[in-house]
Ligand binder design. Structure first.
Ligand SMILES: [Fe+2]
Length: 275
């Protein structure tokens, strides 16, 4: 299995350590490993043993079995089959930003061919090319958050499509050609016949949010397969938003993150070490 998770063991323990407010020496003291070993594991220059994974997981309030499955490369989510929903299609646009792949998405209502452009992947030309290749009619732009790798190039997309842009009311606003439309938890926007609901998933950013319709959610950097986004604002808010509004959805709900492979609620409930 080619191992393709956005976050692997080193990223996960670094995020959980910082989220729990612990230093490398705190974790070393509690886990019986040395500071050097832990730093090397966070930097991917030292592979842990299964026993070490369990000691570290216990210090960081992570699920040890799930963390071990990721550390030993025993789990990745099953690929999402295309055509899983007769009413919609999710088209993924992946671009390289500073050496890291980032996803933007087209969420397409099949009945009307209308689409939402969700995030920019900082590559407006790639997004616009996908719009023209697929022949969909974009009617609005939705931003999961305002980080540059997700929102740069917004003005080019606005000018080319004439679409209005929506962002969460608590999120800093990126440069735009017009007044942004503000969303709060539970607000719905129409994409053709689809009703797309805003879910609060902050913590990575102040107003990070997810967009939910039918059995599909575009989650931005709130959650990655087997991990979560970096908790730049609040680790507690990040975990509670994901738990309350994403992992509470039915198990077959598809989750499309801003980085890394798509996953499902069922996969994350069974395999994500943070929950
Ligand atoms: Fe981000």
């Amino acid at each position: 299995m080619a191992y393709t998770l956005e976050d692997e063991f080193g990223d996960i323990i670094g995020k959980a350590r910082r989220g729990n407010g612990l230093s490398v020496s705190d974790v070393a003291a509690q886990s019986g490993l040395t500071e050097a070993q832990l730093s090397q594991m966070e930097d991917y220059t030292l592979k842990p043993t299964e026993e070490q994974v369990h000691s570290i997981a216990e210090c960081l309030n992570l699920n040890g079995d799930r963390l071990a499955d990721i550390a030993m490369e025993r789990w990745a989510p099953e690929p999402i089959p295309s055509g899983y929903d007769d009413a919609l299609e999710v088209v993924t646009i992946t671009a390289d930003v500073g050496g890291w792949p980032v996803h933007a998405y087209l969420l397409v209502c099949k009945a009307t061919n209308k689409a939402a452009i969700i995030d920019t992947a900082a590559h407006p030309d790639d997004v616009l090319q996908k719009v023209s290749e697929t022949g969909v009619e974009p009617t609005l732009i939705l931003l999961t958050h305002a980080h540059g790798d997700h929102a740069n190039g917004l003005m080019e997309i606005e000018r080319a499509t004439g679409c209005p842009t929506y962002i969460h009311a608590q999120e800093p606003q990126p440069r735009s050609t017009r007044q942004l439309r503000l969303l709060n938890h539970g607000d719905e926007v129409a994409v053709g016949n689809l009703s797309v609901k805003t879910l609060d998933t902050p913590g990575h950013t102040p107003g990070g949010c997810s967009f939910h319709t039918r059995s599909t959610v575009i989650v931005g950097d709130a959650l990655f397969a087997g991990s979560v986004g970096g908790a730049n604002i609040s680790y507690t808010d990040l975990l509670s938003g994901v738990r309350n509004y994403l992992l509470s959805l039915p198990d077959d709900t598809k989750l499309f993150p801003g980085h890394g492979p798509a996953t499902t609620v069922g996969e994350e409930k069974a395999h994500n070490p943070f929950f």
